[in-house]
Write a protein that binds this ligand. Structure first.
Ligand code: SAH
Length: 217
């Protein structure tokens, strides 16, 4: 089967599984997922599954990317923070849907690869930082939208603080990375009030506080 027909089939599968927002489906269609994965997995680029990337991390399953992006309710005026750049795929999807994406990754070599991909695809509205995304990006706050792609045990208070007071939305997996209890949560902020709702179960790598030591790969 050709890449193009695999991609069309994936888009149909995502729609059947609840990704109905046509802007989100169009963004998934326009970003070449094969650019973000390792050579060894190239033939699985349009399979609906997570795949390993460097540093023991994963590029998320397309369905999870679709559902989380849809839950974020983006528009092209939004300034978005992503925590956990990984391969850069989710950031590229957000770059198609919003005005500017700020993305933070704790592994320097993953970020270097992601930056190359953004350059190749001419995604000029993504700004990157190597650091601890648990703390957000205070210098650029507030953000209209925040998407976290690694699981925290609790909703990180510093991220809530950096979310816009006027209808800010944050989508993130919460739960223990060691068990199967993670859930995607959506936090909405209005004024100083915020509400949260549970959306669907997921399995993400953990959100790790601090940056890697020299020995950590
Ligand atoms: N959004 C990614 C999926 C990344 S997996 C993609 O589309 O490919 C989660 C990523 O979060 C990993 O790369 C991991 O290194 C990173 N991460 C975990 N804890 C972090 C933290 N505190 N700050 C920044 N990045 C973190």
């Amino acid at each position: 089967m050709s890449t193009e027909s695999r991609k069309i089939r994936l888009i149909m599968d995502l729609r059947n599984a609840g990704v109905t927002d046509t802007r989100v489906l169009a963004a998934i269609e326009r970003v070449p997922r094969e650019t973000f994965i390792e050579e060894a997995f190239i033939d699985q680029a349009y399979a609906n599954q997570a795949l390993p990337i460097h540093c023991g991390q994963t590029i998320s399953q397309p369905l999870v990317v679709g559902l989380m992006t849809q839950a974020l309710e983006t528009n092209d005026r939004h300034k978005v923070l992503e925590v956990g750049t990984g391969s850069g795929y989710q950031a590229a999807i957000l770059a198609k849907l919003t005005r500017r994406v700020y993305t933070v990754e704790r592994h320097r070599d993953l970020m270097a690869q992601a930056e190359e991909r953004f350059k190749t695809l001419k995604l000029h509205n993504i700004t990157t930082m190597v650091g601890d995304g648990y703390k957000g990006w205070p210098a650029q706050a507030p953000f209209e939208r925040i998407l976290v792609t690694a699981a925290a045990r609790i909703v990180p208070p510093e991220l809530v603080a950096q979310l816009s007071d006027e209808g800010g939305i944050m989508v993130l997996p919460v739960g223990d990375a060691a068990d199967l209890q993670q859930e995607v949560i959506r936090v909405r902020k209005d004024g100083k009030q915020f509400t949260s709702e549970r959306l669907f179960p997921v399995r993400f790598v953990p959100l790790v506080q601090g940056v890697p030591s020299e020995r950590e790969t």
